[in-house]
Design a protein around this ligand. Structure first.
Ligand SMILES: NC(=O)c1ccc[n+]([C@@H]2O[C@H](COP(=O)([O-])OP(=O)(O)OC[C@H]3O[C@@H](n4cnc5c(N)ncnc54)[C@H](OP(=O)(O)O)[C@@H]3O)[C@@H](O)[C@H]2O)c1
Length: 293
């Protein structure tokens, strides 16, 4: 397939581009800067210059492709309204991409997070949260999946809290960054709360499988580790960085604090059984051994 990919230079997207190219697909990657364009070309992709704010460019990219993988998200928009603006931009982008594919039965795969369910591991059948600061992202994904009724083979890969590569990325990466800044690897709560994780290269395989074969309107879990206790993650990070490890107040992590404090294991049993996905790369606890002081 010739696949239009947005976000193809990110932690997840760069692994997805490599995975597609290694499996005889072609890639047209959206690039909003010369640096991103150069990275995509070096990986072996063709480049479409533009931003996710350029809806006509997105439509043109989708029109040229046999399928779409939408991963771009502007995590670094500044200001108090930065997150809301990024969510609005992503929402408009997904709507435009979906609209372009109506009636074509071509696939589009997008991304969301694994849900949190009190007392048990969340499954693919659990709904995405429709409250909280990122509820708008859930609504955009649900709207895209609803395009199944309009002849679009839309699916979503739900990522766990930490997508890692070389010890970096996700929530565990934020713990390490915070530790480097403050001199203490802190964690909120009592540290028994569990966070799920996946290696970026394993997640990339699931994006490819969903592109190739997921039925319209379906959601999948890219979960390799169902849940590591946060204190265990902090212990490895502290040892690798040569820093002390301690429980700290939830507020230490600002808006992330309440989310960090939640027990949020997740399972991918249905995904593994149905799509034949089997993670093969390092677990998060193993990958954190790559961290250097
Ligand atoms: N990593 C995780 O643990 C995790 C967990 C759950 C969900 N997710 C979601 O998975 C997706 C990929 O995550 P990631 O960790 O790979 O993100 P990332 O490393 O921050 O990469 C973001 C990607 O989006 C591109 N991008 C951002 N704004 C853009 C714009 N306005 N126009 C065009 N491209 C734009 C970036 O391009 P540049 O190279 O130009 O910056 C980059 O390729 C995101 O939607 C993220 O929210 C990630």
């Amino acid at each position: 397939m010739y696949v239009f990919v947005t976000g193809g230079t990110g932690t997840v997207g760069s692994a997805v581009v490599s995975e597609l190219l290694a499996h005889s697909h072609g890639v047209l990657g959206l690039a909003r800067s010369e640096v991103s364009a150069a990275a995509l070309e070096a990986a072996g992709a063709e480049v479409l210059e533009g931003s996710t704010a350029d809806l006509d460019i997105l439509r043109a990219g989708a029109a040229r492709a046999d399928g779409v993988i939408s991963l771009a998200f502007n995590h670094h928009l500044p200001g108090p309204d930065g997150l809301a603006a990024a969510i609005a931009e992503e929402s408009a982008a997904l709507a435009a991409l979906g609209e372009e594919l109506v009636g074509s039965h071509r696939p589009i795969v997008t991304v969301s997070g694994t849900p949190q369910v009190p007392g048990r591991a969340s499954t693919e059948a659990d709904p995405l949260p429709l409250d909280g600061p990122v509820a708008g992202r859930s609504r955009s994904v649900n709207a895209l999946l609803a395009r199944a009724g309009e002849g679009v083979r839309a699916s979503a890969v739900r990522l766990p809290r930490t997508v890692h590569n070389q010890g970096r990325g996700g929530f565990a990466g934020l713990l390490a960054e915070h530790g480097r800044r403050s001199g203490v690897v802190g964690y909120p709560g009592d540290g028994t709360q569990r966070w799920p994780a996946v290696h970026a290269r394993d997640a990339a395989v699931l994006f490819r499988l969903a592109l190739e074969s997921a039925p319209a309107g379906t959601a999948w879990h890219a979960v390799a580790d169902e849940g590591d206790a946060v204190a265990a993650l902090a212990a490895v990070i502290g040892r690798r960085l040569g820093l002390p490890v301690a429980a700290v107040p939830t507020e230490t992590f600002g808006p992330f604090g309440p989310i960090f404090a939640l027990d949020q294991p997740s399972t991918s049993a249905h995904t593994r059984r149905t799509l034949g996905w089997e993670p093969t790369h390092q677990s998060l606890l193993e990958d954190l051994e790559h961290l250097e002081p």
